[in-house]
Design a protein around this ligand. Structure first.
Ligand code: ADP
Length: 171
């Protein structure tokens, strides 16, 4: 693997990576959770750019500047809502990570931070989501020449432990 994967417990709005990823909703208008925190910290320029883009389907990703954030860019991806696992949720969640990394590569972004997509309001069981997240990112990094660091930023100690464990299981 060329790039590194790291895990921190913390607030994604404070990260100094080139880009941070937002667990957005399809309207891109901002909401609760990590989405609300990112919109608040980035300021009105982010709202305006998101309004212009207008929409993002589940599993896809769009990019804006970072506004007042330390990060130069915000990549907004829309995770699947958990319906029990029968509506293609695993593939859609993997697509979020893959499409975000693809956008990052196109912009020559070298360091990127992800939150735990879909495991808050969208109800995805975190053990399953963490496994998909770390597997998809580590597979992607095997093929990427530009991305140097992918940082998972987990908001609670428990989420952090689940991600670290999922990564250990992968090794
Ligand atoms: P989703 O709708 O995709 O489930 P949420 O924002 O509800 O998104 O939750 C995703 C995860 O982001 C949850 O684990 C939540 O605890 C976490 N989270 C909330 N605020 C922040 C933040 N400032 N930095 C990092 N993670 C956060």
């Amino acid at each position: 693997m060329k790039g590194n994967i790291s895990f921190v417990k913390g607030d994604i709005t404070l990260q100094d990576t080139d880009a941070i990823v937002n667990a957005a909703n399809s309207s891109l208008l901002g909401g609760g959770g990590v989405d609300g925190a990112i919109h608040k910290a980035a300021g009105p320029a982010l709202d305006e750019e998101c309004r212009r883009i207008g929409y993002c389907p589940t599993g896809q990703a769009v990019i804006t500047t970072g506004g007042n954030l330390k990060a130069k860019y915000v990549i907004h991806t829309v995770g699947p809502i958990w319906h029990g696992g029968t509506r293609n949720e695993p593939e859609l969640l993997a697509s979020c990570y893959r499409n975000s990394l693809k956008l990052a590569e196109e912009k020559d972004i070298k360091t990127i931070a992800f939150p735990s997509i879909s495991t808050g309001a969208y109800g995805y069981p975190i053990e399953q989501a963490a496994h998909i997240a770390v597997k998809t990112v580590s597979d992607y990094l095997k093929t990427s020449n530009t991305i140097k660091e992918v940082r998972f930023v987990l908001f609670s100690k428990r989420d952090y432990d689940v991600y670290v464990e999922a990564y250990k299981e992968l090794q």
